[in-house]
Design a protein around this ligand. Structure first.
Ligand code: ATP
Ligand code: MG
Length: 749
């Protein structure tokens, strides 16, 4: 196993081996913060005898956690690395709640309500009670309140106080929100659900009241600290309540989650809470070429409120980033794919598909890009968008699994009771729901009693509807029986559901055009379920320290199904990948800018750089939007391509270049064309990436193959053919000129 300090610069070494109990590493992108954090974890374990199961490491996304685990494993070996408590705040909180939740009255086997669940519950309430607040606004406010540590009870209590001090009228508008908040919370409780914010909030509650749950924790480390919100900060402090040994790394210039109540002031708060906090700054960038770094810095420097900072590139200057104007969003997507092919070929195979990332301001921009990948037959995966689990057929099956796991989840029961159709109309369902609520049962209880003939329903049921209820009952009841008998048989359970629902014919009938690809998704779900069943139970990571459970009772093992569903909900919320053929196939990455945080790729594309997209028309903090673009640009190692379409979807009709990129003097930092890449450049590229040099023959051969590829209308010399241009512009060539420089349309489009 390698020397932990080897290859680190002196500031990094100081941070890694610092004796300080509370340490902040503040530094710009690519300066090795994450590397420093992982090295410090390894150092604590190897040199200072910290036990891995007494160390908590919080990351922002599941993917980041995985990458960190790999880096740590290289130093301490797999056995020790596996025992670390590493993951997103949500994941770690979830594990504590599963293990100790009953100490604060959280029932075993609670479910996780994902964002869709929350939205649905609130929408229904708003409709039913004719509230005037928009459901989404209400949901966001609830989430913001919880993220600041204010739960429903506290909110109501504060409101009550205000009522008596400032009078009824002044808080009238808050009253409606309070009602929604309270109804929403009641509904979650009734369904035995925690939403994402609750997971953190309840864990805070747990650890505050039962410090013994974390009495073993010796060290807490947090990556991307600038994006923690109030509750996460609280959670971090509570993890460290036994011993204040805390290391955080972060960069205020990369705070991009203000819209989710992240608060960069937590950095200062920490210094007040722990007065002898040591701060270490890192000033060398090891990720990007000098030209990319300069352009990114030019963008962030427009924020005049920001203190100036030192950042040196360690790599050579390299190619200037490209800022390119294209006629339409479709042309933009096609250009990106053609450019990927071109760069792969010109680099003589040095650049692989996995080296490319396309980073989008919103997930909805992915449509053209996905289509272009599909057309070219190239594999890609999505991070950030809720792609896979958001597909209708997958959502439906997950709902079946949820109800089987937890029949009290009336929201899900309601969604699937008549899907596929069982002749149970919306009115009947609504009436059943009311009947259940009126008699103090869950919807499932009522359905079960009706189907088994124990209860005569006050809801009028037609014969087909009655039959439908029996069928529905049969699916759920058989599913429950199956999983009880064989808790790890997740794939079998899904197959049982598929059979009972005749799912394949249902898909054929409902989606005649694309039932095959939908079925492929179902198969992917089965594969994921099989994988999940083969994982050791989640509890293991907590039981490894050999402590008895706090209340002395047997630890309840979380069922594989419950754990699978909780992970589905969490990964849909943070990052999600969807590949065409699994991890072993080389895939390009398509991600939102947000989800790309902390990651890096040799080649990065940022499309849709127009005003309204970045800054986004609905965003209310322009500085945060600028930081987001900065985060995106600093993901690139050697080639950065930024594009914007002159017109595309109706919303960007007559698009204007992003003001972040049109500042005076900015053109000195960008090119109009992609790099031509000579053999010499390929060698420089290999050096920068630390890879083997491709041979001259390999380069020549792959260049030839590019020329042979007939589908590739993008010629090697980088000119867009006029006929293509004419097609894109409905027969009219655009002559509004290039973004920069003075070449005419024909040569730049
Ligand atoms: P971000 O702010 O984007 O999260 P970061 O500060 O966490 O960036 P890292 O991801 O840790 O940066 O490091 C960026 C890249 O630089 C990685 O590929 C890492 O391996 C490399 N790197 C970091 N420090 C060194 C070093 N001392 N020598 C060589 N390479 C380094
Ligand atoms: Mg990092």
């Amino acid at each position: 196993m390698g020397d932990i300090l080897y290859g680190l610069n002196s500031a990094q070494r100081t941070a890694v081996s610092s004796e300080a109990e509370v340490l902040q590493v503040l530094a710009p992108p690519g300066s090795g913060k994450t590397k420093t954090l992982t090295s410090r974890v390894a150092h604590l374990i190897r040199e200072r005898s910290f036990k891995p199961w007494n160390i908590i490491v919080c990351t922002f996304t599941v993917k980041a956690a995985r990458e960190m685990q790999e880096r740590i494993r290289a130093f301490v070996g797999e056995e020790l690395e596996k025992k670390l408590r590493i993951g997103t705040f949500h994941k770690i909180a979830l594990i504590y709640l599963r293990r100790y939740g009953k100490l604060i009255g959280i029932p075993d086997n609670f479910g996780v309500a994902d964002t869709n669940d929350s939205m649905r519950i609130i929408t229904r309430m708003v409709k039913e009670h004719k509230f005037s607040l928009e459901p989404k606004v209400a949901r966001d406010r609830i989430s913001r309140s919880k993220a600041q540590g204010i739960d429903c009870e506290q909110f109501l209590a504060t409101l009550q106080q205000k009522k008596s001090s400032v009078g009824q009228n002044a808080i009238a508008e808050k009253q409606e929100f309070a009602e929604i908040f309270s109804m929403y919370q009641t509904q979650l409780d009734r369904c035995n659900l925690l939403d994402f914010d609750d997971i953190l909030l309840r864990c805070v509650d747990l650890l505050r009241r039962n410090p013994e749950c974390v009495s073993n924790i010796e060290a807490v480390l947090v990556d991307e600290f600038q994006d923690t919100n109030g509750v996460q900060y609280e959670l971090m402090s509570l993890f460290a309540q036994q011993r204040s040994f805390i290391t955080i790394v972060g960069d205020p210039d990369q705070s991009i989650y203000g819209w989710r109540s992240a608060d960069v002031k937590n950095l200062g708060r920490m210094k007040i809470q722990w007065r002898d906090t040591l701060t270490v700054n890192l000033e060398e960038n090891y990720r990007s070429s000098g030209a990319i770094l300069r352009a990114a810095q030019k963008v962030i420097e427009q924020d005049e409120t920001r203190p100036p900072k030192q950042l040196q590139a360690t790599h050579s200057i390299g190619q200037r980033p490209v800022l390119r104007k294209l006629p339409t969003a479709k042309a933009e997507a096609d250009w990106i794919i053609a450019e990927i092919k071109r760069l792969m070929a010109l680099s003589g195979g040095l650049l692989k598909l996995t080296d490319f990332a396309i980073l989008l301001r919103t997930a909805s921009l992915s449509r053209n890009i996905e289509a272009a990948f599909g057309k070219a037959g190239m594999a890609y995966r999505m991070i950030g968008g809720k792609k896979f689990y958001d597909r209708v057929e997958i959502k439906l099956l997950i709902d079946y699994l949820r109800v089987i796991d937890q029949p009290a989840h009336s929201e899900a029961v309601e969604r699937i009771i008549n899907e596929p159709s069982r002749k149970i109309g919306d009115k009947t369902t609504e009436s059943l729901l009311k009947e259940a609520q009126g008699t103090g049962q869950t919807l499932w209880d009522l359905v079960r009693r009706i189907a088994q003939g124990h209860q005569k329903s006050s809801t009028k049921l037609t014969t087909p509807a009655m039959k439908g209820i029996e069928q529905f009952h049969d699916v759920i009841a058989s599913g429950r029986k199956r999983i009880e008998k064989e808790p790890t048989g997740l794939a079998d359970l899904i197959n049982l559901i598929l059979n009972k629902l005749s799912f394949q014919s249902y898909l054929k009938q409902k989606y005649p055009e694309d039932h095959e690809s939908r079925w492929a998704n179902v198969e992917e779900l089965i594969a994921q379920a099989t994988d999940a069943s083969n994982q050791p139970p989640e509890q293991l990571s907590l039981d490894d320290e050999g402590l008895p459970s706090v209340d002395g009772t047997e630890v309840i093992e979380q069922s594989p199904l419950t754990s699978f569903l909780a992970n589905v909900a969490l990964s849909a919320a943070t990052d999600q990948k969807q590949g065409e053929g699994g991890d072993e196939v080389a895939q390009a990455t398509v991600s939102t800018l947000h989800a790309a945080k902390g990651l890096e790729w040799p080649v990065v594309f940022i499309p849709a750089c127009y005003k309204g997209s970045i800054p986004h028309s609905r965003a209310d903090d322009n500085d945060e939007e600028r930081r987001l673009l900065y985060v995106g640009m600093t993901r690139a190692q050697v080639i950065l391509n930024m594009t914007f379409p002159l017109k595309g979807s109706s919303q960007n009709e007559g698009a204007e270049l992003s003001p972040f990129l049109s500042e005076h003097g900015m053109n000195n930092f960008f090119e109009e064309h992609g790099p031509s890449i000579s053999e010499r450049d390929v060698h420089a590229l290999a050096n920068t990436l630390g890879r083997d040099q491709p041979t001259m023959e390999a380069i020549a051969e792959s260049k030839k193959s590019l020329e042979r590829d007939e589908d590739n209308y993008w010629p090697v010399n980088g000119e867009w053919p006029l006929e293509e241009l004419a097609k894109f512009n409905n027969g009219q060539a655009d002559d509004s000129g290039p973004v920069y420089g003075n070449t005419r349309a024909a040569s730049w489009v």
